[in-house]
Design a protein around this ligand. Structure first.
Ligand code: OXD
Ligand code: MN
Length: 744
């Protein structure tokens, strides 16, 4: 049960002055939103079940078949509210601070920045974006009376285990019980947080409303929201509210949408946008990144025991790999990777997190990551026992909320990719009964097309599941202890059907930061109204989540690299699982096979730990499949960094299995391999597309104007030089001119 406010505050009473700032915020929010009643969510499992059952009663949730999906529910959103509304997301910084030097509407459209935060709404009368305090007034006006006829739910929550040094607290007020139910799974909730706040721990006030007050006697709808996209605001403030300065510098005000990252405010709004701002502002610097965290255990086989004839294993070694990928690019799959059989004897992986990493230094100067969330909010389509059995097992553990997937009349769920053929008795994500076998046709070609259409319409492409991390069969035993996992490897990857190679290890931290900063990716359905497939910049996969000036954010990365100890500074890799051939077929098998890159990276981290410098490779040529020990294969040198040979990935191009995994070995590199004295050296470029690619990257970096740090500029010009050595035309055009400083 969710008790009404005064009861729930026991042993503290509602009138207790010791409730301090929690009380000030709730009273402030009540006075603005004018709800009919206020309830506090106490974080108990019973309260979660009660919330879900109440949602069933009101018609918002459908209870799924408990024999297949125990304690699981289906929710259907309004079809206009199905993804994060990036172009209604505002980072309202301190007066005088900006995300980019240029106002949002002056950023060249080809850079893809129609999506991503802006400073304030554009006011056509003032011919400028609203200032931070104007935005606050604009939001307060929207919130005025927005909960009339409704209940205001108060959710005390922590990002990160409450007792850990990483933990950050928040209180979300919301008029959506769906959001309450999701926040329970995605964050650490409970009354202990109110007590901590009462004791003086800071918290972020998080305002959320669907913007749908009810007149007396008006019937509620299943998914309240504002229908006009321009009526939605996801606004973040990083300076105090002048009316309530004691509530601190940070606050979030989200209005008009009930979906995912727009409404579950602990996730993208707090744990990425606000947290990244805090991370740079705090005295002890840290980072909040859009990254999965994978823990890898390697127990090398060291021979055969002569007596028992069994394999002998050396001591276990541990690695932590993080991966930054834009939304809907397979982060959850990589976070729950299944190690291919041929490696599973020596290698095991466990999952720490699938979306967000908070990174701090430990006393040895290692960058250590935790997952601040407690649930997975994963994209359903494409998830199956073949692509991600661990995710399926997590869901089958029950306690899952599905949003916008298809459902059968038997109360089973379905989406594109779950099974080969759609089941009979399917109801699509909008609640329309689909006609069984409507896709069948005598003409097999026609049937293929019709089936594709049918399948695609069952679940929304951004349909989701909200499920507890603790249910994942390969969750790391220490995922929730607050212990930071020391990072060895950081992977960065976009969705690129052309040009970008499968994987490269960058030469050093600064080159890696440049590569991550200039990451580009093709659009997916995770963003409202985004044209799927269009290419845009997505630095560190954080474009929609960077919570302060983007140039400063890059410089923060450079500074964090300087603070890391030389011995433990993570290696940065750029990867791309999504190369396609002319017919649109993927050239890399992906999914579990991505482990080959993880293994290659961990073996290089091992060499570094052992003090063996990975220089440009020895005998690893893309055509050799012979005696190349993976641990010796640092890779062939390319302008982007070191590229793996097939043998370094455990592939033998003569075998059919390997050809199935890697359909075209040329995706391994940007250059034709050229060997001199048995060593790979930079060869001729394989694709002329690099000229345009660098030109676009230059345009993006120049957008930062004076905020572009000298290190990145130097790295970029050196990258151009390396491409010039590999035969790229007109490099002089490509260099970034000195904008404001002399290069050393
Ligand atoms: C997510 C996203 O939901 O990145 O994780 O959109
Ligand atoms: Mn994400």
């Amino acid at each position: 049960m969710i008790p009404a406010l005064p009861k729930c505050m026991l042993p503290l009473t509602w009138d207790s002055p010791s409730l301090g700032l929690a009380k000030e915020f709730i009273e402030y929010a009540v006075s603005v939103c004018k709800p009919d009643e206020v309830m506090v969510f106490d974080g108990r499992r019973e309260s979660w079940i009660q919330s879900c059952e109440d949602l069933v009663k009101s018609g918002s949730f459908l209870k799924l078949n408990p024999y297949i999906w125990p304690n699981c529910y289906l929710s259907r959103s309004n079809p206009v509210d199905v993804a994060r509304s990036e172009d209604r997301t505002f980072m309202c910084l301190k007066d005088g601070e900006t995300l980019y030097r240029k106002p949002h509407n002056q950023i060249p459209p080809q850079l893809g920045f129609k999506w991503g935060c802006r400073a304030g709404e554009y006011d056509p009368e003032k011919k400028r974006e609203l200032s931070t305090e104007e935005m606050r007034q604009c939001l307060l006006k929207r919130f005025e009376g927005c909960m009339v006829g409704r209940t205001m739910y108060v959710i005390p929550f922590s990002m990160g285990p409450v007792s850990s040094e990483f933990a950050k607290l928040g209180i979300q007020i919301t008029d959506s019980l769906y959001v309450v139910a999701n926040m329970y799974t995605m964050t650490h909730t409970g009354m202990g947080i109110i007590s901590k706040i009462a004791e003086g721990s800071p918290f972020v006030p998080c305002w959320h409303s669907t913007g749908f007050p009810l007149e007396a006697g008006e019937k509620d709808v299943c998914w309240p929201c504002r229908l006009l996209p321009s009526d939605r605001y996801i606004a973040h403030f990083t300076q105090p509210d002048p009316a309530h300065p004691r509530l601190g510098e940070y606050s979030i005000m989200s209005y008009g949408s009930g979906y995912g990252g727009n409404a579950i405010l602990g996730k993208k709004c707090y744990a990425l946008r606000i947290a990244s701002n805090m991370a740079r502002r705090d005295k002890v610097k840290w980072m909040a990144e859009h990254m999965l965290i994978l823990h890898v255990t390697y127990t090398p086989c060291i021979g055969i025991d002569e007596v028992t004839k069994k394999k002998k294993y050396g001591p276990a070694e541990y690695f932590t790999v993080t991966g930054a990928f834009p939304s809907a690019c397979g982060k959850t799959n990589l976070a729950m990777l299944q190690v291919p059989k041929e490696f599973s004897d020596e290698w095991k992986v466990s999952c720490v997190g699938d979306d967000i990493a908070w990174i701090r230094f430990d006393s040895k100067g290692r960058m250590c990551a935790i997952n601040p969330e407690s649930g997975f909010f994963g994209v359903a389509p494409g998830t199956s026992d073949y692509t991600n059995r661990n995710a399926m097992e997590t869901l089958r553990g029950g306690n899952t909320i599905f949003t916008n997937v298809g459902v059968t009349v038997e109360g089973d769920v379905w989406w594109d990719g779950l099974t080969e053929d759609p089941p009979k008795g399917l109801v699509d994500w909008r609640g329309h009964r689909m006609q069984d076998d409507a896709w069948r046709d005598e003409d097999k070609e026609k049937e293929k097309m019709k089936k594709k259409q049918f399948i695609k319409s069952a679940a929304h492409p951004n349909s989701r599941y909200t499920t507890p991390c603790a249910q994942c069969p390969i969750i790391d035993p220490e995922w929730n202890t607050g212990k930071g996992f020391p990072i060895d490897v950081m992977l960065f990857g976009g969705r690129r059907s052309q040009l970008m190679p499968l994987a490269v290890r960058t030469r050093d931290w600064n080159q890696g930061v440049l590569a991550a900063a200039t990451l580009r990716s093709e659009g997916t359905a995770a963003v409202q109204d985004r044209v799927v497939g269009t290419l845009s910049f997505d630095p560190m996969a954080m474009r929609p989540f960077i919570g302060y000036n983007v140039g400063d954010y890059f410089n923060h990365w450079i500074e964090m690299g300087k603070m890391a100890s030389d011995q433990y500074r993570p290696d940065i890799y750029v990867v791309n699982w999504f190369r396609k051939d002319a017919e649109g077929r993927f050239l890399w098998e992906g999914f579990s096979e991505n482990f080959r890159i993880v293994r290659w990276a961990c073996l290089q981290a091992k060499e570094r730990r052992e003090g063996k410098e990975c220089a440009s490779s020895s005998s690893c040529t893309p055509s050799s499949s012979s005696s190349c020990a993976a641990s010796k294969c640092c890779g062939a040198e390319t302008p982007l960094g070191y590229a793996p040979s097939p043998c370094a990935l455990g592939l033998d191009l003569k075998s059919e299995e390997s050809k199935h995994v890697l359909k075209d070995p040329s995706i391994l590199s940007v250059c034709e391999c050229k060997c001199e004295d048995g060593k790979c050296v930079v060869g001729k470029l394989l694709d002329d597309g690099w000229f345009n690619e660098l030109k676009e990257r230059k345009a993006f970096l120049e957008l930062l104007e004076e905020d572009l740090g000298k290190e990145l500029k130097k790295e970029f010009n050196e990258l151009v030089d390396r491409f010039a050595s590999a035969g790229m035309k007109a490099p002089a055009e490509m260099k970034i001119e000195d904008l404001h400083f002399q290069l050393e």
